[in-house]
Each structure stands twice: as structure tokens, then as C-alpha cells.
Write a new protein. Structure first.
Length: 146
């Protein structure tokens, strides 16, 4: 990964794909949007490529959903397939897999802890999970991971 320029995080899900974007200095992550997959349809790759180009993304982090023991299940294999597809479509941008275990659960817990409701906000939660994934990645690269 280049040490500067925006990073895009992709939090894979069967129905929704949360996206988050870093600032140019790769210090702070913020939720960007959520792409929705329709039943029986492919991943909306054209939308992702458009966002990569529009935001001048220099690196993409794809969440790897490992199970509690660290093993790869069906979701991890699907995320790897998505990362490979992104690599084929966005050739000049490095794509990295990153352990995303429990990001969605952490976001849910944080929202509830603050007294918020998750009702009707699933798309927001997926983008927030992508932001958490991206923030953990950037913090670990700087050596400031909690």
C-alpha cells in the first residue's frame, strides 16, 4: 500500500457491501456508502470502480470474515473471490485482505451502548463496519492498534 492517498474498505456481506474511505493521510476512516446486492444478481462492480476513480483511491482493503477460530468458511471464500474480481477490474490499485472478525458486532454494540437504535439502519451499519475495519487496518500499519 502507498503510504498516502485514500484507502477504500470493502465489508463483504451476502446482501450488502459496506464501504468506507480514509482521508489522504490514511489517518481517519469514515463510512462512505453501502452497495446492495439483489438476489441472484452479481456484485455491483461498476459502482465500486466508479467510487475508486472518483475518490482517487490508492489502495483497497477487503474484509476477510474468518470464523471465531480463525478458519475460513464460505463467507471468507466469497470475500476472496470478490477481492480477486476487484484486482482484475482495478489494475493500478493494490488490493489487500484484512481480518474483519466481529466488526459488525462491535458496531452494533457501540450503537446500542450509545442508546441508538439499529432498526432500519442496516445499510448504515455495514458502512460503519467497513469504517471500523479500515481504521483497524490503518492503526495497525502505524503501530497504534489498540
Amino acid at each position: 500500500m502507498k503510504p498516502s492517498g485514500r484507502l477504500l474498505a470493502v465489508d463483504w456481506g451476502e446482501r450488502r457491501i459496506g464501504l468506507a474511505l480514509s482521508d489522504e493521510t490514511q489517518t481517519l476512516a469514515q463510512p462512505l456508502t453501502t452497495l446492495t446486492r439483489r438476489a441472484g444478481k452479481r456484485f455491483p462492480m461498476a459502482q465500486l470502480v466508479d467510487l475508486v476513480n472518483r475518490h482517487r483511491v490508492t489502495g483497497i482493503i477487503v474484509g476477510l470474515p474468518l470464523d471465531e477460530t480463525g478458519a475460513e468458511g464460505d463467507a471468507a471464500h466469497a470475500a476472496k473471490a470478490l477481492a480477486d474480481d476487484i484486482k482484475r477490474r482495478v489494475r493500478d490499485v493494490e488490493v489487500t485482505m484484512w481480518d474483519e472478525r466481529m466488526t459488525t458486532a462491535r458496531v452494533l454494540a457501540a450503537v446500542r451502548e450509545m442508546g441508538g437504535s439499529t432498526r432500519g439502519r442496516k445499510a448504515d451499519l455495514d458502512a460503519m463496519a467497513a469504517a471500523l475495519l479500515l481504521q483497524h487496518y490503518m492503526d495497525s500499519k502505524r503501530g497504534t492498534a489498540l
